[in-house]
Ligand binder design. Structure first.
Ligand code: VGL
Ligand code: ZN
Length: 240
């Protein structure tokens, strides 16, 4: 026999399941317009399974990004594009290991395994990305002594990649950010986009994080504080 509590619990589940598609989720309520751009951050082999800085479940962002990209008339992609012996590589700092932090002239720097070296297979965009209408690929992190998580500004906080100028020149007002990794290049890009005056959305399920030393929780907190909107891919209206 079911007791009263079990019956109530079952009713609760049924009621929730019935409500869920309509009342609990505002499905596909965001419609990107011509003043919107999707920024696809660093979906490169080094950050995918088998890569030197593989992000957990990184490959899962690809079909999600391919789907939402159809809703955008403007898509920009980025590539982390380091020199050999880049300052962000643990291998160039004797006695240091990946994921340790050091102080550099421009501030704290997390040290990484060698990754995304210019012209290598690891630096190539995933062959599974299917966004032929992407209009610009912006490379970053190509100065040997400065890192650049952000697609807008290098880690010195002042050297511009030119992306803000490009987007403003194209009359873009809103940017949607997706890709790898949530807590580094996605978050820094989103924060700089806010500073540059854009309305900013991060598409959570179109991103995956590295999460070292609490970086993922901190990134979401920093983004919330800066007015970045956290959305899901299902919130975006795609197609007819
Ligand atoms: C990234 C660490 C080092 C990223 C790039 O794309 O998030 N993370 N370089
Ligand atoms: Zn990098």
């Amino acid at each position: 026999m079911l007791d009263r509590r079990q019956v109530l619990a079952m009713l609760g589940t049924t009621a929730l399941a019935t409500l869920a598609p309509t009342a609990l989720f505002a499905a596909a309520s965001i419609k990107p317009d011509d003043a919107s751009a999707l920024l696809v951050i660093d979906v490169q082999n080094c950050f995918l399974p088998g890569g030197s800085l593989a992000v957990k479940e990184g490959e899962q962002v690809v079909p999600v990004i391919n789907r939402i990209a159809k809703a955008f008339s403007n898509v920009v992609m980025t590539q982390d594009w380091h020199t050999q012996g880049h300052v962000s590589f643990a291998s160039v700092h004797s006695g240091r290991k990946p994921f340790e932090t050091i102080d550099l002239p421009y501030g704290k720097q997390v040290l990484w395994p060698d990754h995304c070296v210019q012209g290598t297979d690891g630096a190539a965009l995933s062959k599974d990305l299917a966004i032929p209408h992407a209009e610009l690929i912006i490379r970053k992190g190509f100065h040997k002594d400065v890192d650049s998580y952000s697609a807008f500004l290098e880690a010195d906080g002042k050297t511009s990649t030119g992306l803000a100028g490009y987007l403003k020149g194209r009359k873009i007002k809103r940017v949607f950010v997706a890709g790898l990794a949530t807590d580094f290049c996605v978050a820094w890009t989103a924060l700089d986009a806010r500073k540059a005056g854009f309305e900013v959305y991060v598409v959570e399920d179109a991103c995956r994080g590295i999460d070292t030393q609490g970086s993922l929780a901190k990134a979401w907190a920093d983004m919330a504080k800066a007015g970045v909107k956290r959305i899901q891919s299902a919130d975006i209206a795609v197609g007819a």
